[in-house]
Write a protein that binds this ligand. Sequence first.
Ligand code: 13P
Ligand code: SF4
Length: 303
Amino acid sequence: MINYKEEIIRLKEEKNIVILAHYYMRDEIQELADYIGDSYYLSKIGLDVPHDIIAFCGVHFMAESAKILSPHKKVLLPNMNATCSMVEMATKKEVLKLKEKYKDAKIVSYVNSSTEVKSISDACCTSSNAYDVIQNIDAEEIIFVPDQHLGSYIQEKVDHKRIILWNGFCCVHHNIRAKDVLHYKEKANQELQILVHPECRAEVRDLADFVGSTGQMIQYVGQRNEKDFLVVTEEGIFYELKNKYPDRRFHSLNILCGPMKCITLQDLYECLLYEKNEIILEESLREKAEKSLVNMLTLSEKK
Ligand code: 13P
Ligand code: SF4
């Protein structure tokens, strides 16, 4: 019987492989990762680490983004079935068609998009920096793809610009309704701070004390004195929340993202052992997509 945990630790040291994991990964994967974070953090950390090989425990577009930004590194995805369905909701052809209608608009794509869509975007963004990117980009009109909910959330905060929305969504967060949150609150019958991911519908965001990316939610808890938090996002986030704040209580709506959960310890072990499932991108496409990710990094840091 293979002891996956021991073997993963041995292999990553022997081969000098860095393991990155998103907050939605299974607990046992997060436990073994060298770095855990939200999409924005993970896109940057891949650039900074000195390792030549990255095992990216997240969904495909995240590993692809790491490869776009670090083309000389070998980026491995432990399970090729880890794909985000939102990515399929916008194709390059469809986006270019919309652009014909709004010639002066700039295209901002959520990082949950394909490399092709990134290659025709003026900038990318994640949920933690979408506001800064849209605020700082030099355009009054922005075509925002694919997530309608994140787009409409930013539109509420940036009223001097026009955001042309796409009709994509995250099937996990889109399914949550206001009544689910209200029902939980009623049952709990106590004070709860409500934290909501911006991929949720407006009716759910409107009930929130705080709206933000996974990383921002974790930070927010650290700034509060309250004890009880209802965290409206994928339940992998509870691993870090409980580790970081053992004195708080976290309440869950049992929200699960199947593709995020499909990466197992066995997948990670085999990925390190055989260095399999490498992300390969065509160079001219990668270069174009890189510009939109580099613009994201610049626009999100700009004051
Ligand atoms: P974060 O950037 O908040 O980690 O979100 C990633 C994601 O896919 C949310 O569904
Ligand atoms: Fe995609 Fe939603 Fe899963 Fe995030 S939670 S990876 S947006 S399906």
